[in-house]
Design a protein around this ligand. Structure first.
Ligand code: 2RA
Length: 329
């Protein structure tokens, strides 16, 4: 059967990828696209009319996918829930709400229940990390994790990409235009500041990494993170140091990764550029540091894994479980 899907935020970087992924499965989805204002969008030779979200009649849809930021999600999701649709939210709005499941497909999608009408997926840096850490957690237990992230400008949306391109070009031509889109100029620069900084010097992004990972992996071990914005257009990467509860076998870990959903073990390593357009998460630079500690490099396309792929995977999981329109009507 065809499920009726409303995609809100269709013109954004993530929204466009959702359309692309769903178009590959046209038999299953009938998609209506919404954004802040009317426009036309061509995806894989298919023309979508994008309607203003205030024209959406949420009663018409089985699934509403919100590829939107917190403010927009907050404004519209209640209406979609009231209309009885199943909702997948890409924003951080309810990710830490114990009544809303935080799902990483392939890691904890089995925790999704029939009565869950709203579901969040995790941050585009967290989802790939969860895919890689989950087998280690299950096999040996996590004692502590240290993560340093290198996050591309597309994590901040279309405008982040535009700001980076403009600032880089202007520096090359000897001018120094600062768009002020990022906390400091991003052209030829790295900025250890994503989101807001609190009084203790922690950024909101670093807090998300810690709390979302603890929630998804069901652990309360210390997770330390550093979130850095780099002038790369697409692809997020992380250097990760893991201390396990028990001594491990690297061979067993590699074998578990090779069977884990969405994980691809690299002989050496992959870069952000190489991961563009890939739906898998690459784990490379795998080093045994001590019998309990290892370090790895994790790299993925942030507009796909932890973004469009997670939204579409969750909708598929719900549809396969017969969870289209909510029974709460
Ligand atoms: C970022 N990971 O890149 C965050 C959320 N998209 O800004």
């Amino acid at each position: 059967p065809k499920y009726k899907v409303a995609l809100i935020g269709a013109t954004g970087l993530v929204g466009r990828n959702v359309l692309k992924l769903m178009m590959a499965d046209k038999e299953q989805w009938e998609i209506s696209a919404f954004a802040s204002k009317f426009s036309n969008l061509v995806i894989d030779d298919h023309l979508f009319n994008v309607y203003p979200v205030d024209c959406a009649n949420f009663f018409d849809f089985d699934f509403c996918l919100f590829a939107t930021d917190e403010e927009v999600s907050k404004l519209w999701i209640e209406k979609a829930l009231h209309a009885g649709a199943r909702v997948v939210d890409s924003s951080s709005w309810r990710r830490l709400d114990p009544f809303v499941p935080l799902i990483v497909p392939g890691v904890n999608h089995n925790t999704l229940k029939e009565e869950d009408q709203l579901c969040s997926h995790s941050n585009c840096i967290v989802s790939p990390l969860a895919c890689v850490l989950n087998p280690l957690c299950t096999m040996y237990g996590l004692k502590s994790v240290h993560i340093s992230t290198y996050q591309s400008v597309s994590g901040a949306g279309n405008k982040g990409v535009e700001a980076c391109v403009l600032e880089t070009q202007s520096k090359l031509s000897g001018e120094h235009v600062n768009t002020y889109y990022f906390p400091k100029s991003i052209g030829f620069n790295v900025i250890p500041h994503i989101g807001t900084l609190n009084e203790d010097g922690q950024s909101s992004e670093e807090e998300k990494i810690q709390k979302e990972l603890q929630r998804i992996l069901k652990v309360d071990c210390p997770i330390f993170s550093f979130a850095v914005r780099v002038p790369v257009l697409k692809g997020h990467a992380s250097a990760v140091w893991v201390e396990l509860e028990r001594a491990y076998s690297l061979q067993d870990i590699k074998s578990a990764w090779s069977h884990a959903s969405h994980v691809e073990v690299s002989q050496d390593y992959k870069t952000s550029e190489e991961m563009q357009g890939q739906v898998v998460v690459s784990v490379g630079r795998i080093r045994q540091l001590t019998p309990y500690c290892l370090s790895v490099w994790v790299c993925s396309d942030n507009t796909l894994r932890g973004a469009a792929c997670d939204m579409v995977d969750i909708a598929k999981i719900m549809a396969n479980q017969g969870m289209q329109k909510s029974l709460k009507l």
